[in-house]
Design a protein around this ligand. Structure first.
Ligand code: ADP
Ligand code: MG
Length: 161
């Protein structure tokens, strides 16, 4: 499927959705893309991008905290043979910082990149397989997934099957 959307009444629903999403990603027949899987997490401050990431990372078995990579730009987790890179580029002042980090090396076959504020790294990041748009619905949230690649569409199909 090309897109999917869901209403998420509270934080627990967001966490549960993150678990479903990471499960769908891990059920992909094989990494069809040598650049791994890239998700752009879009939404205003406080929308729930980090909460969704926490659901995904803990859903893959991470026991500890998932701290926001606001100051470190990236936090990395090695779980179940995958590398999860959780980026928050909100404070990125100069895209060149990404070059110094060796940003290209983060996009490899076994990696899953979750990127908050991807627009700040425009031109230096791998294109998204899925755009994840989170919007406020009063105190709840609405989430929308839009596939940008064939691999992204496979993930959404898996999610809805
Ligand atoms: P972001 O990373 O987008 O800035 P965070 O995930 O850090 O946002 O914070 C989201 C905040 O919104 C948390 O305090 C969380 O408890 C709250 N919240 C309320 N409803 C929801 C929901 N449905 N999904 C996610 N977070 C929610
Ligand atoms: Mg955040």
């Amino acid at each position: 499927a090309h897109s999917y959307s869901q209403f998420l009444p509270d934080e627990n629903a967001m966490i549960a959705f993150g678990q479903r999403l990471i499960t769908a990603i891990c059920q992909l027949p094989s990494a069809t893309n040598s650049k791994g899987i890239t998700l752009y997490l879009n939404g205003e401050l406080g929308a729930g991008k980090t909460t969704l990431s926490r659901g995904m990372i803990q859903g893959l078995g991470h026991q500890g905290n998932v701290k926001s990579p606001t100051y470190t730009l990236v936090e990395e987790y090695h779980l179940q043979g995958k590398r999860i890179y959780h980026f928050d580029l909100y404070r990125l002042s100069d895209p060149e910082e990404l070059e110094f980090m060796g940003i290209r090396d983060y996009f490899s076959a076994d990696s899953i990149c979750l990127i908050e504020w991807a627009e700040k790294g425009k031109g230096l990041l791998e294109e998204a397989d899925i755009l994840v748009n989170i919007t406020y619905a009063d105190t709840a949230r609405h989430i929308e997934l839009i596939a940008q690649t064939a691999q992204g569409a496979q993930i959404i199909t898996q999610l809805t099957s």
